[in-house]
Design a protein around this ligand. Structure first.
Ligand code: AKG
Length: 320
């Protein structure tokens, strides 16, 4: 029996295929009954099989429980939306149930909704800002953000955005540390998120600005903390998938999905989407897979200083 055949046989037996079926398959491949039974016995009696089978079985049982959860919780393809959701109900009904929700008009009174590119870039002043460039040529621009990070003058950023062309090539992503610099103290005046929603003592350390042209696409990934993403300018669509969808747990690297697009990984009914308009907020629960597409020039702010345990750095199935 070739190595490949032995491996295939081990796979079947580890997954718990009935011996009689495995024997039939081997006979079908041209092996005699004795050869087939000997090959099966050799694998079943190996210490490697004895050690591995309970682990495979545990994985199968967890997948079974996760599937059950998915079937019971299946939605209609859209992230649920709520108007006038109080912080109290948000924490009680959504965060503690680990479920995403859109809060319509969350920031409808914030002056950041009037931000324009030229006003914002003027406010950035002369200090270089950090953006990712050359994303189109990169196989995995979000995972490999370090190689693509460059410092540019805010005026250059304004020029890139003012072409109004749809592009994923340049994008100012959350890792720009802008809010932690001196400009952060000014910008936050325009995004007055209430203390009922997020802690104020570390507000600037726990928020990030996202800014880019129409057409940016952030690849499928999960975070290690909960986040509240507030859309300020333009529109953006998010696609989300539960961390309990087994298909999403294959091919990770480590916080990103190798396929980049959840639509290539999940069935349509496993995804839920939400299009945010200016002022809407999306709660992204820790571990939930998400990807984002800007439908127009877009500015958003994400906050993670929530009033809940919010450091799940150890949640990284892609490292296992
Ligand atoms: O807006 C985006 O492009 C991505 C946002 C995101 O993934 C996040 O806030 O975790």
């Amino acid at each position: 029996m070739t190595n490949d055949q032995q491996r295939w046989l081990a796979d079947l037996l580890l997954e718990g295929a009935p011996i009689i079926e495995v024997e039939h398959k081997l006979r079908h491949l041209g092996h005699s009954e004795t050869e087939a039974l000997n090959a099966i016995e050799a694998i079943l009696s190996s210490p490697i099989f004895a050690a591995a089978r309970p682990k495979v079985q545990l994985g199968q049982r967890l997948a079974c429980a996760a599937d059950l959860h998915q079937k019971v919780c299946r939605g209609d393809g859209f992230v649920p939306r709520r108007h006038d959701l109080s912080a109290e109900r948000f924490y009680h009904e959504w965060l503690s149930h680990h479920q995403p929700v859109v809060i319509d008009g969350f920031a409808k009174t914030w002056s950041a909704l009037d931000w324009t590119v030229s006003e914002l870039t003027d406010r950035f002043g002369d200090t270089p800002i950090e953006v990712l460039s050359g994303r189109d040529q990169a196989a995995h621009p979000d995972r490999d953000f370090r190689q693509l990070t460059r410092q540019i003058h805010p005026k250059e950023w304004e020029q890139i955005l003012s072409t109004n062309e749809a592009s994923n090539d340049d994008y100012m992503v959350a890792r720009n540390h802008l809010m932690q610099g001196s400009i952060g103290r000014h910008l936050i005046q325009d995004t007055p998120i209430s203390s009922q929603w997020v802690r104020q003592d570390n507000l600037l350390d726990c928020c990030s600005l996202w800014m880019g042209p129409k057409g940016t696409f952030t690849a499928a990934h999960h975070d290690t903390c909960h986040a509240l993403f507030v859309q300020l300018v333009g529109e953006k669509t998010f696609d989300l998938a539960s961390p309990l969808i087994v298909e999403t747990l294959i091919d990770l690297e480590p916080y990103y999905h190798r396929q980049r697009n959840l639509k290539e990984v999940c069935e349509e009914e496993q995804l839920s989407s939400a299009t945010l308009k200016p002022g809407d907020a999306l709660f992204l629960p820790v571990g939930w897979w998400h990807q984002a597409t800007a439908l127009s020039l877009s500015v958003g702010m994400s906050f993670n200083g929530l009033h809940a345990a919010n450091d799940y750095a150890d949640y990284c199935p892609g490292r296992l």
